[in-house]
Design a protein around this ligand. Structure first.
Ligand code: ADP
Ligand code: MG
Length: 277
C-alpha cells in the first residue's frame, strides 16, 4: 500500500495515510455536441475524521466533485481513492445527502430512514430504536407513515439527513444539506451534525454556498474557482468548538477566518462574472 502523507500528518511523529485522495481529477461534460471542462485537475487529500467544506461560485463543479466521490459520476481523468482503493461505484461506506434530497417515493418516512439500516443487517429492535430516535430528533413525529410527496421541502430534507445520519457511514458526502431549511431548523441540524461529528469523528465532505456554515462546522474550507473548477485556496479552521454557537461566532478568531474565506469566495464570484460578461 502506498502511504501518503496528509497535510496534518506532515511534521508530526506518525504519518497516517489519507482516507480520501483525489489527484489530478478532471471532468468533461458534453453539451449540445460540444465538450466542456467542468473540473480541471483537482487535487485534495482528506484525512480520516476531517470535516472539509467546499465553497465556490455556482456552477463551478462542487456537486460534480462530490458525486464523483460518491461513485455516481466517473472522472474523465485523474484518480480518486478511498482507503487506498479506486472509487468505482457507490457503496454503503459513503452516505450521500443530495442537493435535491432524493428520497424513495414508494417508501414512508420511517422506511426511508431505516433503509440503509435494513441493508446493513442491524437487529430489528436496534433498527427500530434508531429510526424512532431520528423521528423525534428531526421533528418528524406524526409523519412516520407519510410518503415523501406529502411532505414540504424542509421535511424531505430532514428525512434525507436522518436516513444518512442514522446508519453512521464512515464518510458523509453532503451537498448543500441544509439549503431548504428555515434558519432556525438549519441551526438545529448544523448543531446535530457537529455533535455527530464530535462523537463519531466521521470523515465529512460538505458542499455549501454558506460561508458561515462552512467555517462554523469544518476543520478545513476549500475554495473553488469558477469554471473549470479547481481548488484555489484552503483555510485550516482551528476553532475551539467547546462553547455554544453564540460564544463561538462572537470570537475574533471566528470572525477573522470567516472574513478571509468570504473575501476569497467573493474574488472567485467576481472573476466568474467578469469571465462570462
Ligand atoms: P455546482 O454544484 O458548483 O453549482 P455542478 O457540479 O452542478 O456545479 O455543475 C458544474 C457544471 O457542469 C455546470 O455548468 C453544470 O451545468 C454542468 N453539469 C453538471 N452535470 C452535468 C451533466 N450531467 N451533463 C452536462 N453538464 C453537466
Ligand atoms: Mg451544486
Amino acid at each position: 500500500m502506498t502511504v501518503l502523507a496528509t497535510r496534518e500528518a506532515v511534521g508530526s511523529a506518525s504519518v497516517r495515510p489519507a482516507k480520501i485522495v483525489i489527484s489530478g481529477v478532471t471532468k468533461r461534460f458534453q453539451r449540445r455536441g460540444d465538450s466542456f471542462l467542468a473540473l480541471s485537475a483537482v487535487d485534495l487529500d482528506i484525512a480520516e475524521g476531517e470535516f472539509v467544506s467546499i465553497v465556490g461560485p455556482s456552477g463551478c463543479g462542487k456537486s460534480t466533485l462530490l458525486y464523483m466521490l460518491g461513485g455516481f459520476v466517473p472522472a474523465s481523468d485523474g484518480s480518486m481513492r478511498i482507503d487506498g482503493e479506486p472509487v468505482s461505484g457507490p457503496g454503503l461506506d459513503r452516505g450521500v445527502v443530495f442537493q435535491e434530497y432524493a428520497l424513495f417515493p414508494w417508501l414512508t418516512v420511517s422506511q426511508n430512514i431505516g433503509y440503509a439500516l435494513d441493508r446493513s443487517g442491524r437487529p430489528r429492535q436496534e433498527r427500530n430504536e434508531i429510526v424512532e430516535r431520528y423521528i423525534t430528533l428531526m421533528g418528524l413525529r406524526g409523519f412516520e407513515n407519510s410518503f415523501p410527496r406529502e411532505l414540504s421541502g424542509g421535511m424531505k430534507q430532514r428525512v434525507a439527513l436522518a436516513r444518512t445520519f442514522a446508519y453512521r457511514p464512515g464518510i458523509l458526502l453532503l451537498d448543500e444539506p441544509f439549503g431548504a431549511l428555515d434558519a432556525q431548523t438549519r441551526e438545529i441540524m448544523q448543531d446535530e451534525l457537529l455533535r455527530l461529528w464530535k462523537t463519531d469523528r466521521k470523515t465529512v465532505v460538505m458542499v455549501t454556498h454558506d460561508v458561515d456554515e462552512a467555517v462554523y462546522l469544518s476543520t478545513r474550507v476549500c475554495v473553488m474557482s469558477h469554471r473549470p473548477g479547481r481548488i484555489v485556496e484552503e483555510f485550516d479552521i482551528a476553532l475551539d468548538r467547546s462553547g455554544s454557537r453564540e460564544e463561538i461566532v462572537l470570537t475574533d478568531q471566528y470572525r477573522g477566518i470567516r472574513n478571509a474565506v468570504w473575501m476569497s469566495v467573493r474574488r472567485q464570484v467576481t472573476e466568474s462574472r467578469t469571465a462570462t460578461a
